[in-house]
Design a binder for this molecule. Structure first.
Ligand code: NDP
Length: 311
């Protein structure tokens, strides 16, 4: 019976204990899930980094894989004590949540919903109709698990969708670009840009004055990826000149975003507090179980992080 250590902040144990045990049972899998296995006995670690703390994985010498509860692994990937496979979270619940958040914020900007929400003043303004999605090119930087799912949902609504990735990809309904040249072409004349890249040394400051200038004038930026993907000063300038009409930001260089940060009061910025989506215990438990079963059957793990690439 494999020993599974749950190593994460305390409240998560209450959220995940029952779904994980249920998923083990449903899969006919006999795993001993605890928060206090002795390090030498641990076969798998279900892991969520504790805020501001790096964990020391050296005592877990028999561990076969460390399974992150989160999709973003930038705080773990460089941990020198972690020499075993690191698996990132790919979870339908997480994906569906992100699709809903991205679609909602895209439609808000596309339809100019704020105009009517904030102008309930008794005046009947009926000369302007909502535009059609087919006239609004959307570019998604990062077309992995989350970006590709968002792309399909936006395509289904009629948006022409371009996606950008590191390697070449062929995804139905998405015009796929990759590499440096691909970035220019992907951003050129985009009216909405959505960031779903991981945070790595290569993706930091992907949106700068130069890349923002490629967008259509008055474009919208939606960032549920990671804060450092955007050069904040360049974004503020682009908002001032009107190159960018509005930015919806879910993630920031410093989180929680400090109370006195200028983003909070900027009229062209919407701040959401890193809630775009999250791993859902009921669906994630099945994903973790399936991967442990793969390991126990001698199959390669799914969704292993490429430590060199950083995601
Ligand atoms: P994936 O690893 O599945 O996808 C990442 C995508 O980014 C891939 O298409 C990858 O390209 C691309 N990419 C990575 N590096 C580069 C690069 N240097 N140049 C071009 N493209 C690059 O990740 P997910 O879709 O699961 O998650 C994406 C990110 O979303 C997470 O890393 C996390 O930061 C964020 N996130 C935010 C949440 C929130 O609530 N705000 C919740 C969950 C995740 P390729 O396909 O070629 O590998």
């Amino acid at each position: 019976m494999p020993n599974i250590l749950f190593l994460a902040e305390d409240p998560l144990w209450d959220e995940y204990r029952d779904p994980l045990n249920k998923a083990f049972q449903a899969a006919g899998f006999d795993g001993d899930l605890r928060t206090d296995h002795s390090p030498l006995a641990v076969d798998y670690i279900v892991y969520g980094p504790k805020r501001g703390q790096g964990d020391d994985f050296r005592p877990y010498i028999n561990v076969k894989a460390v399974m992150s509860l989160w999709a973003g692994v930038e705080t773990i990937v460089d941990n020198p004590t972690l020499t075993k496979p690191l698996i990132r979270m790919v979870d339908d619940g997480l994906t569906n949540g992100m699709v809903e958040w991205v679609t909602g914020h895209t439609l808000r900007h596309h339809l100019g919903m704020d105009t009517h929400i904030h102008q309930q003043d008794g005046e009947w303004r009926n000369t302007t109709y909502p535009p059609l999605a087919s006239q609004r090119p959307v570019t998604i930087l990062g077309i992995g698990a989350l970006g590709a799912a968002c792309g399909q949902a936006l395509h289904a609504l009629g948006f022409p969708v371009t996606g950008w990735s590191r390697g070449a990809k062929h995804i139905p309904n998405i015009r796929c670009m990759h590499g440096d040249d691909g970035l220019q072409a992907a951003l050129k004349d985009a009216q909405i840009v959505i960031l779903l890249l991981p945070q790595t040394p290569e993706t930091e400051n992907i949106l700068t004055a130069k890349t923002l200038s490629l967008l259509a004038n008055g474009a919208f930026v939606i960032n549920p990826g990671r804060g450092p993907l955007i050069d904040d000063e360049a974004l503020l300038l682009a908002l001032k000149t009107g190159q960018v009409a509005h930015a919806t930001l879910d993630v920031f260089r410093t989180e929680p975003l400090p109370q006195d940060h200028p983003f909070w009061s900027h009229p062209q910025i919407t701040v959401t507090p890193h809630i775009a989506s999250t791993t859902r215990p009921d669906t994630a438990a099945g994903v973790i179980t399936a991967n442990i079963k793969r390991g126990e059957s001698g199959l390669p793990f799914a969704n292993v992080v490429d430590r060199g690439a950083g995601y």
